[in-house]
Design a protein around this ligand. Structure first.
Ligand SMILES: [Ca+2]
Length: 489
């Protein structure tokens, strides 16, 4: 484009130059005509036509043009000052026109550049508009999809709501039918009872109902005040207490104010061990109660146990604990053999573990109990061990001492009974009536693995609470119980 402009410019210049030449020829002619009118001295042949020849330098005239005046040149060849002025005027005119043309060319070039910029901007605008259009299209599609999803979700919610309403109606219907059937069953039960009574009257044969074990009739003679039946009140025993001279170490005695002070503390676990028992752990320097790793002689694997070091010289291995009813003790033989519960809470250490512990030496047993007035009593037996599983972990006890009364000696020599292994001396299964495994007789004076009843005195067809008959009778369930063993000093 620029090249073509320059070509156009050059052509214009040439045409102007030609025009100038033509104009110059005309001026020359005029000048010649004027000269023809001027008299030429010594020339009488005025009829002859004069001609002038101008030599115009191609290059730019930068200085004055000197016209030589001499008599050697003929008059017709002389260049007058007017001619020079004419030429100069002509040249300056051409120069102005050239400048004008150059200015026009520059303006055209600027316009061309602006046009280019505008075109480029236009292309950018087009691409931007295209991009915006695509984005708009995409947004429209996405919103349409979202609307579809929302509609589907709403439909699902509506379906779920309808289903819930339907199920609710169905539930109410079933509830009504259940009530109706329950009424029918009750009526039939009454009718059956009436019919059975009539049958017995007619045939005179009284059916033998399942007979439970004999209820404990022990009067708690060992406690100085009688415990009223069917009341939760137990008066404190101010006359009897744990012997204070049982140990030389300072520390809470079993008659301490609360069990919690002697109970497990959270996170109290020693990484030392394993020890044979808690007594060995105490001898190793552990004097704070907590969980320890034990491995009794003959035991297959280590076990965790709670060691009570703050009671009666310490070194007690806790084999059983009740405190809040958080663990179910109505379990089968395998569970009682392996043990269950939480070591820092209610638990049963396991018959097999207790058997191995008790066979490492001579041990004594401490049964510590707390009633619902926070009074604590104890029963201690001078020796304790179990016979192996082949003998159903038969209980072997020494002599009793304590202030709780001796309710366990009647279980001495008895085998362990669970719901699925009946080894007691009763025609039925004592574990069934007393709701837990124990060394039942028929069924006995105590069961510390029964149901944890809140409040002490409980109502039950069978004596299935945590009772110690010589303390509170068979219908008083203790609040907290611990069984612990320790080597004999
Ligand atoms: Ca039996």
């Amino acid at each position: 484009m620029k090249m073509s402009s320059w070509i156009l410019c050059v052509l214009l210049c040439l045409s102007m130059c030609v025009g100038g030449d033509l104009a110059l020829s005309r001026d020359q002619k005029v000048s010649g005509a004027r000269r023809r009118r001027a008299p030429v001295p010594g020339d009488d042949s005025s009829q002859k036509e004069c001609s002038y020849t101008f030599l115009v330098p191609e290059q730019k005239i930068t200085g004055p043009i000197c016209a030589t005046q001499g008599s050697s040149l003929p008059d017709k060849d002389r260049v007058t000052r007017m001619d020079v002025a004419d030429v100069r005027e002509l040249l300056s005119k051409q120069r102005r026109e050239m400048d004008m043309l150059r200015l026009l060319v520059d303006v055209d070039g600027n316009m061309v550049n602006e046009m280019k910029l505008l075109r480029k901007e236009s292309r950018n605008m087009n691409s931007r508009v295209t991009q915006l259009y695509m984005q708009l299209l995409h947004e429209i599609i996405r919103k349409r999809d979202n609307s579809l999803e929302l509609a589907q979700l709403e439909a699902r919610v509506l379906n779920a709501t309808a289903e819930a309403l339907r199920l609710s109606a169905r539930y109410r219907e079933l509830e009504a039918r259940f009530s109706t059937l329950a009424g029918v069953v009750n009526n039939q039960s009454v009718l059956i009872g009436v019919l059975e009574e009539r049958c017995l009257q007619v045939y005179g044969n009284h059916r033998h109902e399942p007979v439970g074990p004999p209820l404990v009739q022990v009067v708690p003679e060992n406690i100085p005040v009688s415990v009223p039946r069917l009341t939760n009140e137990i008066q404190r025993d101010h006359g009897r207490a744990f012997p204070r001279d049982r140990g030389s170490r300072a520390g809470p005695s079993p008659t301490g104010s609360t069990l919690e002070g002697q109970g497990p503390s959270q996170g109290n676990f020693s990484s030392d061990g394993p020890f044979r028992d808690c007594f060995q752990a105490m001898q190793a320097g552990h004097t704070t109660s907590g969980m320890f790793l034990l491995k009794p002689d003959g035991g297959e694997r280590p076990l965790q146990a709670w060691c009570e070091h703050e009671l009666d010289n310490g070194g007690w291995t806790v084999i059983h604990r009740r405190k809040d009813g958080s663990v179910n003790f109505f379990r089968n033989w395998e569970s009682y053999t392996k043990g269950f519960g939480n070591i820092d809470g209610e638990h049963w250490l396991g018959l097999e573990n207790i058997y191995h512990l008790g066979h490492q030496g001579d041990y004594r047993l401490m049964v510590e109990m707390e009633d619902w007035t926070e009074k604590k009593v104890y029963a201690e037996y001078s020796s304790f061990h179990l016979e192996p599983e082949s003998q159903s972990y038969r209980l072997r006890l020494g002599t009793y001492q304590g202030n709780a009364g001796d309710s366990l000696s009647s279980h001495n020599g008895k085998q362990f009974t669970t719901l699925d292994r009946d080894k007691d001396n009763f025609s039925g299964n004592c574990a069934h009536f007393h709701k837990g495994g124990w060394w039942y007789n028929a069924c006995g004076q105590t069961n510390l693995n029964g149901v944890w009843y809140s409040g002490g005195v409980y109502r039950s067809k069978f004596q299935d609470g945590i009772f110690w008959a010589d303390y509170g009778g068979g219908y008083y369930s203790m609040k907290a119980v611990r069984m612990m063993i320790r080597p004999i000093d």
